[in-house]
Structures are given as structure tokens and as C-alpha cells.
Design a protein around this ligand. Structure first.
Ligand code: T46
Length: 137
């Protein structure tokens, strides 16, 4: 297959003292194994909505639920794994051709995403049949 396929939870390292916690993330490290070209965040999500429902051909992303919780279903075409993001010190790496759906957003949740490339609609596959066909290439 000509695409990467990797999903995994990455533990981030909080620096804590009696004032609270702080997490710093630097690019091209174990916490963030790519260079960041874009940051976006999803908030004020409508109850019971399912977002995503697409794959990316080449994008690498680290998803962090900085507030509240949400669930991310990742499908590599052979198996589906659901990850719960419910703490700011956990990130979900999604690298390459993975179908993803985000759901169960708690009230007030904020899902922050660090991405390896600028927004490019041509990197999206928004049809599940096309995604399965692309996997065979
Ligand atoms: C992903 C999941 C986790 C932009 O103009 N620039 C951007 O960088 C992004 C991400 C989106 N947009 C526009 C495109 C749409 O008109 O914002 C609107 C909503 O985007 P979309 O429907 O793709 O959002 P989600 O939540 O379904 O998916 C997003 C990312 O698009 C996607 O890359 O992996 O979050």
C-alpha cells in the first residue's frame, strides 16, 4: 500500500507545581512526530453530532481534547478502534489513510488538532467506498 496507516495514544508530559499544570509540545519529538503547519480546534459542538466521516491520504494529526471529552473512531479498513479522549495529557496520533469519526462530545469540550499540512480539500476522501478502493492501491 502506498499510504501510511498508524493510530496511537501518545502520553504528553504535564509540568506540575502548586499553581497547576502546563503541557508543552514541541514538533518532531516523541510527543509530536511531525512538523506542524496548522492548528485548529472544534468547540461548541451540537449534542449527539458525529463529525469527521472522512479519511486523509497523507495528513498526520495529533488530536487533544483539552477540555471535556469526546470519542474518536478510527477505521483502517480492516478494524475499527474507538479511542476516548478525556484528559489534556493524552493525544491521539492519526497518521495517513484512516477513516475517522468524532462523536460523544461533552458539553463545553474543546478538541484541538495539530496538523502536518495546511488545509487541502484534495487530501480528503469523504466517500467510504472510495476509501476502501484507495486501500487496495
Ligand atoms: C479531521 C477532523 C479530526 C477549513 O477551512 N480549514 C481547516 O483547517 C479545517 C480543518 C476545516 N475548514 C473548513 C472546511 C469546512 O467548511 O471548516 C469546515 C468544517 O470542516 P470539516 O467538516 O472537515 O470538519 P470535521 O470536524 O468533520 O473534520 C475536521 C478536519 O477537517 C479533519 O481534517 O481529521 O476534524
Amino acid at each position: 500500500m502506498k499510504y501510511n496507516q498508524d493510530t496511537r495514544i501518545i502520553s504528553l508530559n504535564p509540568k506540575g507545581d502548586d499553581r497547576g499544570k502546563l503541557i508543552a509540545i514541541e514538533e518532531n519529538t516523541e510527543c509530536l512526530p511531525f512538523s506542524v503547519k496548522r492548528v485548529y480546534y472544534i468547540y461548541d459542538t451540537t449534542p449527539n453530532v458525529v463529525r469527521g466521516k472522512h479519511a486523509h491520504r497523507n495528513l498526520k494529526q495529533l488530536l487533544i481534547c483539552t477540555s471535556g471529552s469526546c470519542a474518536i473512531m478510527c477505521d483502517d479498513g480492516t478494524k475499527k478502534v474507538e479511542y476516548t479522549l478525556n484528559w489534556p495529557d493524552k493525544g491521539l496520533l492519526i497518521d495517513g489513510l484512516i477513516w475517522r469519526e468524532m462523536k460523544d462530545f461533552s458539553k463545553g469540550s474543546v478538541l484541538m488538532v495539530l496538523a502536518s499540512a495546511c488545509y487541502d480539500e484534495s487530501d480528503y476522501i469523504r466517500d467510504y467506498g472510495v476509501f476502501m478502493e484507495e486501500l487496495k492501491k
